[in-house]
Design a protein around this ligand. Structure first.
Ligand SMILES: NC(=O)c1ccc[n+]([C@@H]2O[C@H](COP(=O)([O-])OP(=O)(O)OC[C@H]3O[C@@H](n4cnc5c(N)ncnc54)[C@H](OP(=O)(O)O)[C@@H]3O)[C@@H](O)[C@H]2O)c1
Length: 196
């Protein structure tokens, strides 16, 4: 299967590419570092990527940024950035992606544990992650030609906790989280929030 992977150079994206690359053709996209360039915060850039790659069997997004700050420090610009980037970036990957995905193919996007288990400072991220999960459940009902839509909601990654110098308890390695994306692409589920 041809799979378009956005966020391919990230901690999760690299693990997905390594796993799915063993048995599929994975097209690597990211904002700057991957062979295919896309800025998901820019609708024209997403449309340009789809025009360039042609038909694919699956689209995966492991990209999207949102601001993490105490609520009284989150500015209007911080909310705008988070909504335009991680939320609408991935919503638009789904909306514009339908025409490029083959019959019975799939689109998998990424939310995160802060949707369901918020922490201090996660106001913008929790908003965006929960929005993505609601959108995917609804979009799956209207996806054309048997296309499936799922969200993977990763916990904290061991690699990220290590990089931040935080306790590793509760974290999962990226290679384990990548299996949730495999399940979404190669399985039959739709409208699901998959928690590794
Ligand atoms: N890491 C965690 O513990 C964790 C936990 C829960 C949820 N998540 C979510 O999982 C996703 C991936 O996390 P990660 O830790 O793997 O991130 P990461 O290591 O920072 O990698 C992010 C990837 O996305 C690409 N990217 C960034 N902004 C982009 C844009 N505007 N358009 C297109 N591509 C863009 C980057 O490309 P370039 O390198 O080219 O800039 C890179 O390939 C994020 O949505 C994150 O919120 C992560």
């Amino acid at each position: 299967m041809r799979i378009l992977l956005i966020g391919a150079t990230g901690t999760i994206g690299k693990a997905i590419a390594a796993t799915l690359g063993r048995r599929h053709e994975v097209l690597l996209a990211s904002r700057q570092q991957a062979p295919l360039h896309v800025d998901i915060a820019d609708p024209a850039s997403i449309r340009g990527l789809y025009a360039k790659v042609g038909k694919v069997g699956a689209v995966i997004s492991a990209a999207g940024q949102a601001r993490f700050k105490p609520l009284d420090e989150l500015s209007d610009a911080d909310f705008r950035f988070s909504l335009d980037n991680k939320l609408m970036g991935q919503v638009n990957l789904v909306r514009y992606g339908f025409a490029s995905v083959a019959d019975s193919g799939s689109i998998t996007i990424t939310s995160g544990i802060l949707a369901q288990q918020p922490s201090r400072g996660s106001g913008a991220i929790s908003l965006v992650n929960a929005g993505l999960e609601g959108f995917a459940r609804a979009a799956a009902l209207e996806a054309p030609r048997g296309i499936r839509i799922n969200v993977v909601s990763p916990p904290w990654l061991t690699e990220t906790l290590q990089a931040l110098g935080m306790p590793l308890q509760g974290g999962l390695p990226a290679a384990t989280v990548a299996q949730a994306y495999v399940r979404s692409v190669e399985g039959t589920e739709t409208g699901q929030v998959i928690s590794p």
